[in-house]
Write a protein that binds this ligand. Structure first.
Ligand code: GCU
Length: 590
């Protein structure tokens, strides 16, 4: 009977998949010291959607194409003859027939490997694949990652051969226990949509660096935490060289392979008008890597925000990571356009909603000088009492912070958006706030909260644990009566800075009419004028929702046609609406 069950496993096994959904990769293993020589696995991959998970049911990964006598047998896969898609990309924009596809897809390719140095370790790093990804190398399942927007890395040294088959199975189905859950207001693009890179490192290598500035008794102090990974990582020499500051400093690693530095310096502070970056070389006995670091200090005092000691009003705007011909697989030109649109409007900060955008966005923001709010998709209703849900949120938070905590432009970590003010959610979010503070004491933490529309007050209990109180409100759109906003702001007694983290209204591009007519550009523009006039004396930051119209399957009226059209600019990244110009004007006087 056993033979029968084995032979017909693909027919008789009701659940052949769960056994491959192994323990997900933990953020703590993320290789972040990746500013060094690398090889790319971007390019043409063989691809197929896999609607019934046949890759697992029929064990395609074993690549059996002959029977025990060596005769060719019919199989239902053709790795090397499948269609080609480019990586990084979203399958939705690669082929018309995949536009609305949600499910499993298989990416596979061959690559050659030959060691450069004896005992080298080889690490693969995937920038992001949405959502549940299982990584196979030479017929072996070597890892699984949960989360659609954060990087993960795997040491593949022990599984490498001269000729290698790398296969990544990606499932972007929305599931109730996931982060985000089943319902959200952006398109669920699937696929491997950020870079895949390979690094060769020595047995003992620098796996993470973290730099931040503090100020003690008016003296600027550079703090650094350098982490080694490998076989013998304690009592190793770590040196930091910042030539421009004439800094050459050395430290030994502790038992955990960590070297902690704290030394006075005379730095030129980074800010969005003067984005000064310092080139830093970090080396250990056997390894070296580089960082481009901006040194700045962001802090709150009472109800005010300060950047490098100067009072700061956050002239913001929200953006999704999307360009409609590429989905979420933006290139640097797209990112540059977004930053230029924001800066030309007079923004000093961009809220990268509602999930981690590409790390290239933060690097570009560091170079061009714009502040960033980065967040994870703890969005709307979630299973706050489910342990997998909590793991996923915590892991994505850690992956985001470990990836971007060297980016001067990032000043805010966002732990959630429009979640209900319940006990389970409060406990869940407090854990996320603790992760932010444990991994990075140098930034501010917030969450875009909802107003209590019963009491007409800003009193989300989570605010007690945040550095900045942020609220999403749509008075003038979902709620037509602006006077309620005045009541709320007047009634809410707050002791911390208040940000309007979202407000907006739909407007169809080039649809004009009387400013009381919904969906006209005139109505959207009037809404912003009223919003700013009412709120300017109560807030320290304003974030219009949203810079650019974006795809969303929940927006189905005839103006929207599966787009959220609250943008200040059309989805073409070019055509600006009246509101863009109004806000540009208003930001001159905020
Ligand atoms: C919410 C939500 C956004 C959404 C917006 C809207 O505030 O945070 O993700 O797109 O409202 O209604 O357009």
């Amino acid at each position: 009977m056993a033979n029968m069950l084995e032979e017909y496993d693909h027919l008789l096994n009701i659940d052949p998949i769960s056994q491959y959904l192994i323990e997900p990769i933990k953020a703590e293993t993320l290789f972040t010291a990746s500013n060094r020589k690398k090889e790319s696995l971007n390019g043409e991959w063989n691809f197929s959607i896999d609607v019934y998970n046949t890759f697992y049911r029929k064990k395609f990964f074993n690549e059996v194409t002959k029977d025990s006598s060596g005769k060719e047998i019919p199989v239902d896969f053709d790795f090397n003859k499948w269609e080609k898609v480019k990586v990084p990309s979203n399958w939705n924009t690669e082929k018309e027939r995949y536009f609305f596809y949600e499910g499993t897809a298989i990416y596979t390719r061959m690559f050659l490997y030959e060691a450069n140095t004896e005992n080298e370790r080889v690490i693969i790093k995937i920038g992001a694949s949405n959502y549940d990804s299982q990584i196979w190398l030479n017929k072996k399942l070597i890892g699984r990652h949960i989360g659609g927007y954060t990087p993960y890395s795997i040491d593949i040294t022990n599984n490498l051969e001269k000729e290698n088959r790398l296969t990544i199975v990606v499932n972007n189905q929305r599931k109730i226990e996931q982060i985000p859950s089943l319902n959200y207001d952006w398109k669920n693009y699937g696929g491997i949509f950020r870079d895949i890179e390979v690094f060769r490192v020595p047995v003992n290598y620098i796996s993470d660096t973290f730099f931040y500035l503090s100020n003690v008794n008016n003296l600027d102090i550079i703090n650094a935490e350098i982490t080694l990974s490998g076989e013998s990582i304690s009592n190793q020499d770590i040196s930091i060289i910042i030539k421009e500051l004439d800094i050459y400093i050395k430290q030994k690693t502790d038992k955990q392979g960590k070297a902690i530095f704290s030394f006075p310096c005379n730095v030129q502070r980074w800010d969005f008008n003067n984005p000064k970056l310092y080139s830093i070389k970090i080396s250990s006995n056997d390894d070296e890597c580089y960082e481009e670091i901006g040194f700045r200090i962001i802090e709150c005092k009472g109800k005010e925000i300060f950047l490098n000691g100067q009072k700061l009003f956050l002239k913001g705007v929200c953006v999704h990571e999307e360009e409609i011909s590429k989905g979420k697989a933006l290139n640097d030109d797209d990112r540059l356009k977004i930053i230029i649109l924001a800066k030309e409007m007079g923004c000093n900060i961009i809220r990268l909603a509602h999930y981690p955008h590409s790390e290239h966005m933060a690097k570009l923001a560091d170079e061009l000088g714009v502040l960033l709010w980065e967040e994870i998709p703890v969005y709307w209703a979630l299973m706050f009492e489910n342990k997998e849900t909590l793991f996923s949120a915590q892991n994505q938070m850690k992956e985001l912070i470990l990836r971007d905590r060297n980016r001067a432009s990032v000043i805010i970590w966002g732990v959630g958006n429009e979640n209900p003010d319940t006990e389970p959610r409060l406990n869940f979010m407090k854990k996320l706030i603790n992760i932010c503070k444990d991994l990075d004491s140098s930034r501010l933490v917030t969450a875009a909260c909802l107003i209590n529309i019963d009491s007409l007050k800003i009193e989300d209990r989570l605010s007690n644990y945040l550095d900045l109180i942020s609220i999403n409100e749509y008075y003038g759109w979902y709620y037509r009566d602006y006077s309620t906003l005045s009541t709320i702001l007047e009634r809410s007694k707050l002791d911390k800075p208040l940000l309007i983290s979202e407000t907006g209204a739909d407007s169809k591009i080039n649809y004009h009419g009387f400013d009381e007519e919904l969906y006209t550009e005139e109505h959207q523009s009037k809404m912003y004028k009223k919003q700013i006039d009412i709120s300017r004396n109560y807030i320290q930051g304003f974030f219009p929702w949203i810079l650019i119209d974006f795809r969303s399957e929940i927006r189905m009226n005839n103006f929207q046609d599966f787009y959220n059209i609250k943008g200040l600019v059309d989805k073409d990244f070019k055509t600006k609406k009246l509101s863009y110009y109004l806000l540009k004007d208003e930001y001159k006087n905020l």
